[in-house]
Design a protein around this ligand. Structure first.
Ligand code: UDP
Length: 239
């Protein structure tokens, strides 16, 4: 996708691959790539290299699905961070894989965990921690996660901070699967509402987010750049 390798997986396929990563127990990095990530990675070689060596890169967002169709390599479904959190928590009940929530403002990951436990009684959420800490505190955060020993770690610091944190610390944390999920805890906590399904399907989730939170403007402004890049590849065959 415009220079990035995105895996053409749907949700069930992504969950099956994640199960394999959990079974092999080597630290694996799952990236959820939306159109803003494609644009940011073009300007951030470190992020680009991290995505290239990630173990699974899922197509997240209507923009990526749209561009895949335009470029003749259609992706059927989105596999978003918000949905991965729900589905993996749902599967964690009855002895399934355990999860840890890292990131978002103080209290948000706890609220998201409480709501998901209410929705999926018995969900094995073995720890939560907010995402506002200094570089000096990072080793303690890494140790907290290592000690909690979850099967899956969700990291919600936004792009590219979460991808760089995972890449830097995945070996020390020893968690089989680390997934960067952006603002997903804000949604699961109920603080941020998700766009109605019709708006998601029409590709206007970005507009809903912008109306709710005008500070998202800089992220939304990456969308025209993404569309132009896709059109350039379609019309001229190269970036
Ligand atoms: N965040 C965090 N620590 C930081 C910066 C951000 O935990 O140092 C959280 C923030 O509170 C929010 C999430 O990271 O919950 C970023 O969400 P956003 O939707 O902006 O992510 P993106 O659009 O980059 O996927």
């Amino acid at each position: 996708m415009l220079g990035l390798n995105i895996d053409r997986v749907n949700m069930d396929e992504a969950l099956a691959v994640i199960d394999q990563f959990i079974a092999r127990r080597q630290p694996s990095h799952v990236v959820t790539a939306d159109s803003s990530m494609v644009v940011i990675a073009k300007e951030d070689p470190e992020l680009y290299a991290i995505i290239e060596r990630a173990d699974l890169v899922t197509p997240d967002g209507a923009g990526v699905v749209w561009a895949s169709r335009l470029l003749g390599q259609p992706i059927r479904d989105r596999v978003s961070g918000v949905d991965l959190v729900s589905r993996i928590c749902e599967r964690s009940v009855n002895g399934g894989s355990s999860v840890f929530f890292l990131g978002a403002a103080p209290g948000i990951a706890d609220e998201a965990a409480a709501r998901l436990r209410a929705k999926y009684p018995g969900a094995q959420i073995v720890g939560t921690r907010h995402g506002y800490f200094s570089a000096a505190e990072e080793p303690a955060v890494v140790e907290e996660i290592r000690a909690a020993a979850p099967d899956v770690l969700f990291v919600a610091f936004g792009i590219p901070k979460q991808e760089k944190f995972i890449d830097r610390n995945k070996a020390a944390m020893g968690v089989p699967v680390c997934i960067g999920i952006g603002g997903s805890f804000d949604v699961h906590s109920g603080r941020v509402r998700r766009a109605p399904v019709w708006m998601q399907q029409a590709g206007f989730e970005w507009l809903f987010r912008l109306i709710q939170n005008p500070s998202k403007l800089s992220k939304v402004m990456k969308l025209p750049r993404f569309v132009l890049l896709a059109l350039r590849v379609k019309l001229f065959g190269a970036l």
